[in-house]
Design a protein around this ligand. Structure first.
Ligand SMILES: [Zn+2]
Length: 335
């Protein structure tokens, strides 16, 4: 509903010729975009990622609209030092999916676009409790799914039922990240191996080493186990960050200075995690709070990002998010 309202306001603003004013007042000077999987066939992955075609469209649109795609370091430096009203976009990918290289890299190379990939240790080591991949696998391959921990039996014989059931269970986890561990018996019973899914979907150590050599790529940390840091005690939360940073620096033989908090919302990270990220030796950390970046009041350990992809993504919704119309709606008290 909120999305409809924002998209509606965006359409109205476009028709009324107000867009240049809205952009001037509400859009920031920079955005950090967040992607996950870049898929060739989104339907077979139950609309959980961004299609390669949409990814390419978004890069073309950014260029046409005058957004310069730069690395995170370059973006922060220019916001701090460049007085010109240029606009910058930073491309980030979470989790280290194999399709970021197979599907996105050729598009990034064609656009000469720098990018950041945030990698949790458990992805290349195949130990990640990637419950989101396990759930997708179960809903994709079965017409009836029982999630014991929720006490619910989903009937999902067709595509729409599968998407809606997957979305319900995912939301249930996001309400309390401790619940992720409660899915293990469901995966066991269904014969779903998370380590096999990790091997199928995430880059391995050798592929990450090769990617780190690429002139457009930066690799950032994403914790050891992809835990919601705020749900851990302070020493465990710090160890999640330092262990991951040490692992990546040893593997890639280069400094790892940037972090993405897993999940990145207010349930997963807050002021305590911002201090811990600094203590762990990172220079910046990104969240999933949906905002543009302005040059004033920038907190380098809670940088906002705008997510792209998922089942509700459309060109018009993307343009609305990039235009700052969401900020306008927010300031008018509608969210
Ligand atoms: Zn993640």
């Amino acid at each position: 509903m909120k999305q409809l309202l924002k998209t509606g306001m965006f359409q109205m603003a476009r028709w009324s010729g107000l867009m240049p004013s809205i952009r001037r007042i509400f859009a920031g000077r920079a955005v950090i975009l967040m992607f996950h999987e870049i898929q060739q066939d989104c339907r077979s992955e139950l609309m959980t990622g961004t299609s390669a075609a949409f990814f390419e469209h978004s890069l073309n649109w950014l260029r046409q609209e005058g957004w310069e795609i730069v690395s995170l370091d370059a973006c922060l430096e220019r916001l701090a030092t460049d007085p010109r009203p240029s606009r910058y976009a930073v491309l980030t990918f979470d989790d280290g999916y194999r399709d970021n290289v197979a599907a996105a890299l050729p598009i990034l190379e064609r656009n000469n676009a720098p990018f950041m990939i945030y990698v949790p240790t458990g992805a290349p080591t195949r130990t990640l409790q990637s419950w989101w991949l396990g759930l997708r696998e179960i809903f994709r391959s079965r017409d009836t799914v029982t999630i014991d921990a929720m006490g619910i039996r989903f009937r999902c014989p067709d595509f729409d039922n599968k998407i809606s059931a997957l979305s319900k269970v995912t939301q249930w986890i996001h309400q309390d990240y401790h619940r992720a561990a409660m899915l293990a018996p469901t995966f066991n019973k269904a014969g779903v191996s998370l380590s096999a899914l990790n091997a199928a979907y995430f880059l391995d150590e050798r592929e990450l080493q090769a990617l780190a050599q690429h002139s457009l790529a930066s690799i950032g940390g994403h914790t050891a186990s992809h835990a919601a840091l705020a749900s851990l005690d302070v020493l465990s939360a710090l160890a999640e960050m330092t262990d991951n940073r040490n692992y990546l620096e040893k593997l890639l033989q280069r400094p790892v200075r940037h972090l993405a908090y897993p999940y990145g919302d207010s349930r997963a990270c807050g002021p305590r995690e911002e201090h811990l990220a600094k203590d762990a030796g990172f220079s910046t950390a990104v969240t999933t709070r949906h905002r543009h970046l302005c040059d004033r009041k920038l907190n380098y350990f809670a940088l906002p990002r705008i997510g792209v992809g998922g089942q509700f993504e459309t060109r018009i919704a993307f343009e609305a998010r990039m235009s700052g119309v969401q900020s306008a709606v927010h300031m008018l008290g509608h969210t």
